[in-house]
Design a protein around this ligand. Structure first.
Ligand code: GLN
Length: 441
């Protein structure tokens, strides 16, 4: 634990306000004492981990990498994190990310851009960039990211580690700062499938504080054996034939498909919605939901407050001065699509498209067990290169957002293409995605 804390101290870009030193060392010494007394310790006891800074951990800063909350301390602990603490895992660090999860590069943060683990000139990916880089560099054994439209899977791919967005509802969102509640998912980033499985098992399950959770005792006893249940996989032809995909990623993905065929698995080409439909549906809904969720940050109850002439001024100045440009763009966009005269035309249309997307997934999973896709159409950009081009940034999410709208379990593995491979299974079949990843290993 001390060694990893030291490493984190030398790499402050992955960290928000401060490390959780004293909590971590105290917990670690308890585990040491248990070992010294010859007591048995659990699977996760003493294992150091990191937490994307959008999770409440009582008494620690929870900043969402934003000016608005930079001095805010949590008054309670998220269910997912509490389960890990109960299992004896040791939290080291709250991790740098795109502010409120708004972004795909971890540059939209007051703590400085997160640098890619393999090439520090490139972005770390986002929004859970600090988490993926910490795992890639062995500063944490695993980290807990958050994925609304790709924020675990994409930085995992950019930094060549494993990252799982579980089925929506498998892990409680209680204590995860809400971005877009209808697709927000808690999930692990780690260096092996087995680590992903262990952490997922511990965090899963019904929580009375999140009514979208389901009980999941049935899952994940053994992913190592039994990949033989997967007979047929599919991939979306239009993802691979799109103009946006880089020739290398396309070539590598098709080579991976050939290898899978050679192993005796049937592969089907599937039709799917185009990237522009997926991206615009996702961003319409995500912006609407974030406008609503972030309305609570008005300088009254939490975080920064800049006093104006009257209450309305106070709201307005506090929010204008403290939200990032990107978050403001989303709040304004979200309020627009929800407002009278626009909501039928835009917001309801996006809801309708989301239903069609889900229905298409249901049909697809009658034909195939797994859907494979690249994680991103292109390699990570240089730091600073895409920050001022929001549309390009949104389009880089083309391959991740659809699975979020479908509430499906999707795993990034560091194989198959330069930025990884996404393995998606049907709802609640997270175990199949892990099994197929094992099969490819
Ligand atoms: N890049 C996507 C967005 O900005 C996804 C982010 C996320 O999953 N938090 O909305």
């Amino acid at each position: 634990v001390q060694e990893k804390l030291n490493l984190l101290k030398q790499n402050t870009h992955n960290t928000v306000n401060s490390l959780l030193d004293s909590m971590a060392l105290e917990l670690a010494s308890k585990v040491d004492t248990k070992i010294a007394n010859g007591e048995e310790i659990g699977l996760l006891e003493g294992i150091p981990f990191g937490i994307k800074d959008v999770y409440m951990v009582q008494g620690t800063y929870t900043t969402a990498s934003s000016d608005l909350l930079k001095n805010y301390k949590s008054s309670y602990t998220a269910t997912s994190i509490q389960k890990l603490l109960d299992a004896g895992a040791i939290p080291l660090v709250k991790e740098n990310c795109d502010s409120f999860g708004h972004g795909s590069s971890s540059e939209n943060t007051i703590f400085g851009a997160v640098k890619n683990a393999t090439n520090p000139d490139l972005v770390g990916g986002g929004s859970s960039g600090g988490s993926a880089v910490n795992v890639a560099k062995d500063f944490t054994t695993f980290s807990i990211g958050g994925d609304t439209g790709g924020s675990i899977r994409q930085p995992a791919g950019y930094n060549k580690v494993y990252g799982l967005k579980p089925t929506y509802g498998r892990i409680s969102r209680y204590g995860l700062m809400a971005y877009a509640s209808s697709t927000d998912c808690v999930g692990p980033i780690a260096k092996s499938i087995e680590d992903i499985r262990i952490v997922l098992n511990i965090m899963s399950g019904k929580d009375v504080r999140d009514q979208t959770t389901f009980s999941s005792e049935e899952i994940l006893e053994d992913t190592v054996s039994n990949s033989s249940t997967i007979k047929t996989i599919g991939y979306f032809k239009n993802f691979i034939e799109s103009e946006a995909i880089s020739p290398e990623i396309k070539q590598d993905f098709l080579a991976t498909i050939d290898k899978i065929k050679a192993k005796g698995i049937e592969v089907k080409e599937l039709d799917f919605f185009n990237a522009d439909i997926l991206v615009s549906t996702y961003y319409t809904l995500a912006m609407a939901e974030t406008a609503s969720n972030l309305s609570r940050l008005d300088g009254t109850n939490y975080g920064a407050r800049i006093e104006g002439e009257n209450l309305k001024d106070t709201y307005s100045i506090t929010r204008s001065e403290n939200f990032s440009e990107e978050s403001k763009r989303r709040i304004v966009g979200g309020n627009q699509v929800l407002s009278q005269g626009f909501s039928d035309e835009i917001y309801l249309k996006a809801q309708n498209l989301r239903n069609q997307i889900s229905a298409r997934f249901s049909d697809d999973f009658n034909e195939v067990d797994i859907i494979l896709s690249p994680v991103t159409p292109a390699n990570p950009p240089k730091i600073g290169e895409s920050l001022n081009d929001p549309l390009a940034m949104y389009l880089s999410d083309a391959y991740t957002v659809g699975f979020s709208l479908g509430e499906l379990p999707t795993l990034t593995i560091p194989k198959g293409t330069e930025t990884g491979l996404q393995i998606t299974a049907d709802k609640k079949k997270d175990v199949q995605a892990l099994q197929f990843a094992n099969f490819l290993n």
